[in-house]
Design a protein around this ligand. Structure first.
Ligand SMILES: Nc1ncnc2c1ncn2[C@@H]1O[C@H](COP(=O)(O)OP(=O)(O)OP(=O)(O)O)[C@@H](O)[C@H]1O
Ligand SMILES: [Mg+2]
Length: 253
């Protein structure tokens, strides 16, 4: 069954219709790729799903319709989005950022113990261990955990945004251009991270311009052009789709 389902989403910015009648669904443990030219409406699609913009259409998370819920409630239910730009607490270390992300949707006793570490030192130590395990399990080296986000490599920052969105667990993650500005080894670490999320049963939706990455990791792909769905299929089907080749892949390649 689909873990996340978007039906007939339409987004207008004033007179401009950025997204029109967009529908797709993704299961837990599946990676859905979204591709399309610049300005096609891909990021608007994420904004629509997470209710970050006014939109028409409907959204389901599991068997619950969540169309009317605000962004922060969707996040609490485990539907979260990363952005084309990085976003962290710049003054906190990676470990502290990870702790903050993990207790964002979690127990107040844990939150209290972080505020009053002298009262519940053991709980704090456990929270630190869990945060370190989270970072390490997604490929962020222990030697980076004590650094601030501004002091680590750009490729690692891109990984960090996704790990923080995952936090203590997510049902569905919408990831916007994770490979932007990276290449080579970073691309492989990113691919490993996305596959790791799939293994954990997360419904993963990835917008990406790097065709080699998306064609390798995606189970299915939706192509958006001028706000509309141009095609949907497996990577192999998309790569030989005439309309896609003409509108997008022919140019991107
Ligand atoms: N907040 C906004 N206000 C007005 N117009 C917007 C806004 N956000 C996006 N647009 C416009 O809506 C259209 C779709 O933009 P969107 O950012 O969704 O495209 P995209 O597919 O993510 O592009 P890119 O690949 O460049 O990130 C574009 O014409 C863009 O200029
Ligand atoms: Mg975009």
């Amino acid at each position: 069954m689909a873990l996340l389902r978007a039906e007939n989403l339409t987004v207008r910015y004033g007179a401009l219709t950025a997204l029109s009648g967009m529908s797709w669904q993704v299961s837990g443990g599946e990676i859905l790729g979204i591709i399309g030219p610049n300005g096609a409406g891909k990021s608007s699609c994420f904004a629509a799903v997470t209710h970050a913009v006014p939109r028409d259409g409907r959204v389901w998370l599991g068997d619950e319709e969540v169309t009317g819920l605000p962004t922060y409630k969707l996040a609490r239910l485990g539907l979260r989005r990363t952005f084309q730009q990085n976003a962290f607490f710049g003054e906190l270390t990676l470990l502290e950022n990870a702790m903050a992300a993990m207790l964002r949707e979690h127990s107040t006793s844990l939150a209290r113990s972080l505020a009053l570490p002298w009262q519940e030192g053991r709980t704090r130590a456990q929270a630190e261990a869990a945060a370190a395990e989270l970072l390490s399990s997604f490929g962020i080296a222990h030697s980076d955990h004590g650094k601030r986000p501004g002091d680590i490599a750009y490729g690692t920052q891109r990984l960090l945004s996704i790990v923080l969105a995952y936090g203590a667990g997510a049902k569905a993650l919408l990831i916007d251009e994770p490979a932007a500005g990276t290449g080579g080894a970073d691309m492989q670490r990113l691919a490993d991270l996305l596959v790791n999320l799939r293994k954990r049963g997360v419904a993963v939706v990835v917008i990406e311009h790097h065709m080699d990455l998306i064609m390798t990791i995606a189970d299915r792909i939706v192509v958006i052009d001028q706000g509309r769905k141009l095609a949907e299929g497996t990577p192999a089907e998309i790569q030989r789709n005439e309309a896609v080749l003409e509108a997008y892949l022919g140019r991107a390649a």
